[in-house]
Design a protein around this ligand. Structure first.
Ligand code: FCB
Length: 444
């Protein structure tokens, strides 16, 4: 079987799609949008490469029809996109921006007209600036404002959504953004990180409650998973890796599917946990209809006495890497999804909601020859196929991403798209990987 021809082996009802997110592509200077904490974070020199932000991004707000055409022309049947909270509610709450409602109306109608199933996400990291200033996700009120925003989305758009996710990647929202400080709001504070590890799950629970009052039946959450491996056989490394696995993966799996937090980590976190957090666990663990897995790489963990709180840190591995420096390790996808299914999600459908790689792409004579990306997709899709053969209920796969875009702290320097974007002219050039998907999806 050659490269993406593998797509023909999938069941006929398996969904292939592409994923994007609002702040990374729309351009939030358009359409009277409010700003988000990424705009604020990006203002401080050093937080984002070249001091870039998402104010123009891919001008998708203007070029959305061309972009939807690209998705449909490739033969994909689903599109995972996110709603921008500050576009809809520039102050986070209160007055609704009519231009935003009109934009998402047009976007959804365009998708449906092109036979694309809309997979919406409520929160892909664009927290309204007004709430960033009030403590962001550390403030439990943010979870209530999120529920109010969810209600607006349900009222206006649920009639046309095929599926809805509450939160994209709670680990990134909490740990990466408040302990490691790499994403907005850029805090490096253990108390903040632990608080948000709970608050973001509470936000998910509150949003689910609202979604159910609208009788909507296809809702879930998107988790980012990394395979965590110990650096060596020593007891220290093994213990470090198991705690890291809990923080990255099991914290969310256990809370959502079992209504509790994993024991080793909870013990470490106890003194910073919000008061009476236990009373939120029922809300957090109410039933969901599917779970999304975003997968990119593995991490190798070594005990590290200089690390002040955890006592361990990641070390570089020796596998080939992508342009992000992330090791390419498709086996991790198979292992993690199988474990999620067997230990936690059981019979509910699993979607691979993101998978893909950054590559140093350039256009030459109108062509972008991203053969490494084709191989990345091929090797990961092989693992998805193995999961299906093992009766794991994986129902769809979304390539990250349709377009090269604003890659958060890396600005516009990392290209993840199936379609190349020239950020000066906004010209889209489908890459070889795009045409490979097209060839296989059209012949399915
Ligand atoms: C994921 C994010 C997505 C993108 C990819 C590369 O963690 O959900 O927005 O940045 O990584």
């Amino acid at each position: 079987m050659s490269n993406l021809e593998i797509i023909k082996q999938f069941p006929s009802d398996f969904l292939f799609g592409v994923a994007t997110s609002s702040y990374q592509i729309e351009g939030n200077s358009y359409g009277s949008s409010g700003t988000c904490h990424w705009d604020d974070f990006a203002k401080n020199t050093g937080n984002v490469i070249n001091n870039e932000n998402g104010s123009i991004a891919c001008s998708h707000y203007i070029k959305y029809q061309e972009d939807i055409d690209l998705i449909a022309d490739a033969g994909f049947s689903a599109y995972r996109f996110s709603f921008s909270w500050p576009r809809i509610l520039p102050q986070g709450k209160g007055t609704i921006n009519p231009e935003a409602i009109s934009f998402y109306d047009r976007l959804l109608d365009e998708m449906l007209q092109k036979d694309l199933k809309p997979f919406g996400t409520l929160y892909h990291w664009d927290l309204p600036s007004a709430f960033g200033k009030k403590g962001g996700w550390k403030n439990s009120d943010t979870t209530k404002w999120f529920a109010d925003y969810t209600d607006i989305i349900m009222k206006r758009f649920s009639d046309r959504l095929y599926s809805l996710a509450t939160i994209n990647e709670p680990w990134c929202v909490s740990w990466l953004s408040h302990y490691l400080g790499e994403h907005a709001p850029g805090e490096k504070n253990v108390a903040s990180a632990i608080k948000t590890m709970h608050m973001i799950l509470l936000a998910h629970g509150r949003a689910m409650q609202v979604i159910r009052t609208h009788n909507f039946k296809n809702a879930g959450i998107v988790l980012n998973k990394q395979l965590v491996v110990p650096f060596d056989e020593t007891e220290e490394s093994q213990l470090a890796a198991s705690v890291s696995d809990e923080i990255h993966n099991l914290w969310f799996d256990e809370a959502i599917f079992k209504g509790r937090y994993p024991s080793k980590t909870l013990e470490m976190f106890q003194k910073y946990m919000p008061e009476d957090y236990e009373t939120d666990m029922d809300m957090i663990s109410q039933s969901i209809d599917w779970v999304g897995v975003n997968y990119y790489t593995r991490s190798i963990i070594k005990s590290d006495k200089t690390e002040p709180f955890l006592g361990f840190s990641p070390v570089k591995g020796n596998l080939p890497t992508t342009d992000m420096g992330w090791e390419i390790y498709p086996e991790g996808l198979e292992y993690l999804v199988k474990r999620l299914h067997e230990h936690h999600s059981k019979s509910i459908p699993i979607f691979i909601t993101e998978n893909g790689m950054a590559n140093n792409d350039f256009v030459e004579n109108g062509i972008v020859d991203d053969i490494r990306r084709i191989n990345y997709y091929y090797t990961h899709l092989q693992k998805v196929l193995r999961l299906i053969e093992a009766n794991v209920p994986v129902k769809g796969y979304f390539a990250w991403s349709l377009l090269d875009n604003f890659e958060w702290a890396f600005g516009y320097t990392k290209r993840f798209g199936l379609v190349h974007v020239n950020f000066v002219t906004q010209k889209r050039t489908p890459k070889r990987s795009y045409y490979q998907f097209q060839k296989s999806l059209r012949n399915q």
